[in-house]
Design a protein around this ligand. Structure first.
Ligand code: FDA
Ligand code: NAD
Length: 460
């Protein structure tokens, strides 16, 4: 059995939703010519909501409220929208094999789907503790967070232990955002990570331990080196501590203490055991130890780089009919002199998806993408944005002491601004820092830049 489409979007996440909107806007297909194939059972949604609004104790975000493309203040693409726009949603369907030469995909249900143009938007999967030699992460109270099912499990586990203890493994985005959500749900949080500060990169002897070889590889493949400088990390860690969060840094877990409930098949973790033998009591555990791009269907068929599928500025892979977008794609960043980067962030997923559709429908009019990396996070009442690249000398500015802060940093390389970070800015201020990064603004005097701080960007 089989079906044929002109355009197939493989994956039903953020990038898929934005690609669909771009197709609909440009009108480059007829009814029945375009489909999205997704392992997930719902239409594409804004994944960032899962670690923020979805976990709120009151007024939590729920579908259909956060389908794409509301995250970019655009249309809400419900299942009805796809139907109305003649886009077929092939949901709950995993593609298990791809043949790039024959232009076919094989689904888990045994159907062969052929295409003229394929957009790979398979994103990434969460790394499992088992990949670092630690067993037991299938326990009923251990949570990962990548999709809606994970988020539902997390919500249910949180509700099952009001006032209890949570251990969060990992001091990256998931770890920090989930720790904030758990505290908001009145759960006591201990956060454990191997570096000496949150969202940092420390290539140390500790990480060279054989269990963690994969971790180093994951780091090297990850989008950018960790973002926070020690000074910025210190602010957030102090803020989290003031909310009752305990940090255990520079170490890793080695195993879990478990309890099998009589008469039940599942096993529950009761404590997390660290490398020094210390036991941390745990009613629940949240694991956020990085991701791996979902490239496996195409290995040996398409060129790979940075742990992802290598594409050019038109989002085209090494095959003339296959495009790749979002977390799975590694593409040249013009602003960084064409260096190839794989970015694991939502803005990049949205923009690369729309660019691929433009390149498919209007190749002669579509220039190579000129993307400026942009990351953000929101926790408690805090909110930051980062633009560009964190290379060169760091120049901090602003007030690092207030509980309603406004501080940041510039990264300066060869006398030019390469990256900028700002916590607590207004829309105009974020726009100002993004502009100085985009223009690689000239810096003649570092001490003056430090003095001027945010004013440097505003006045430029
Ligand atoms: P995405 O992971 O969204 O989608 C991939 C899709 O492909 C999924 O539907 C998957 O099921 C499907 N798929 C994979 N293999 C398949 C197969 N073989 N067959 C069928 N379907 C298959 N970023 C940011 O900038 N700011 C933020 O605040 C956040 N917050 C955030 C919170 C949480 C909880 C997560 C998990 C992630 C974020 N992110 C983020 C990152 C952001 O969500 C991420 O960069 C985008 O979702 C990437 O979009 P993609 O479409 O590339 O992958
Ligand atoms: P990450 O790469 O941001 O951080 C992984 C963290 O896990 C690191 O701090 C690392 O040291 C730690 N770690 C690894 N192994 C460990 C171990 N054995 N014990 C303790 N700590 C360990 O990855 P993540 O936080 O899992 O995020 C997953 C993905 O979701 C990323 O692509 C990220 O970009 C995305 N995301 C982004 C945002 C955002 O941009 N605001 C928010 C949530 C998720």
């Amino acid at each position: 059995m089989g079906r044929a489409f002109v355009h197939v979007i493989l994956g039903g996440g953020v990038a898929a939703g934005y690609a669909a909107l771009e197709f609909a806007r440009r009108g480059g297909y007829s009814r029945g010519e375009l489909c999205i194939i997704s392992e997930e059972t719902v239409a594409p949604y804004e994944r960032p909501a899962l670690s923020k609004g979805y976990l709120l104790p009151e007024g939590a975000a729920r579908l259909p409220g956060f389908h794409t493309c509301v995250g970019a203040n655009d249309e809400l693409l419900t299942a009805k929208w796809y139907k109305d726009n003649g886009i077929e949603l092939v949901l709950g369907t995993k593609v298990i094999a791809a043949d790039v030469r024959r232009k076919t995909l094989l689904t888990g249900t045994g159907e062969t789907i052929s295409y003229k143009n394929l957009i790979i938007a398979t994103g990434a999967r969460a790394l499992k503790l088992e990949e670092f030699g630690i067993n037991g992460s299938d326990a009923s109270n251990i949570c990962y967070l990548r999709n809606l099912d994970d988020a539902d499990k997390l919500v249910n586990v949180m509700k099952s232990c009001p006032g209890g203890n949570a251990v969060v493994i990992g001091g990256g985005y998931i770890g920090m955002e989930c720790a904030a959500a758990l505290v908001t749900n009145r759960i006591k949080v201990t956060i454990v990570f191997p570096e000496n500060h949150c969202k940092s990169l420390r290539y140390s002897a500790e990480l060279s331990h054989s269990h963690y070889k994969n971790l180093i590889v994951a780091y090297l493949f990850s989008a950018v080196a960790r973002l926070f400088t020690p000074k910025i990390a210190e602010y957030y860690e102090n803020y989290y501590s003031s909310k009752g969060v305990t940090f255990i840094k520079g170490t890793v877990l080695t195993s879990f203490e478990k309890e099998a409930e009589t008469g039940k098949v599942f096993v529950e973790v009761t404590s997390v055991i660290l490398k020094d033998g210390k036991h941390l009591p745990a009613d629940m555990v949240v694991v956020g130890i990085g991701i791996r791009a979902s490239t496996s269907l195409f290995e040996g068929q398409l060129l790979m780089e940075q742990g992802g599928i290598k594409i050019n500025g038109q989002m085209l892979t090494s095959d003339a009919s296959v495009y790749a977008v979002g977390d799975v794609a590694a593409f040249p960043i013009k602003l960084f002199d064409g260096v190839i980067r794989r970015l694991e962030h939502v803005d990049s997923a949205r923009r690369t998806a729309r660019h691929a559709v433009a390149a498919i429908l209007e190749p002669s009019k579509t220039k190579d993408i000129d993307y400026m990396p942009f990351f953000y996070s929101r926790v408690f009442t805090l909110s930051w944005q980062f633009y560009g690249n964190n290379t060169g000398d760091v120049v901090h500015f602003g007030d690092f002491t207030s509980s309603s802060p406004r501080f940041g940093a510039y990264w300066v390389d060869k006398g030019r601004i390469r990256g900028a970070f700002l916590e607590g800015g207004s829309r105009e201020e974020y726009e100002a820092i993004s502009n100085v990064v985009r223009r690689k603004a000239k810096v003649t005097n570092i001490a003056e830049l430090e003095n001027q701080g945010l004013m440097f960007a505003i006045q430029e």
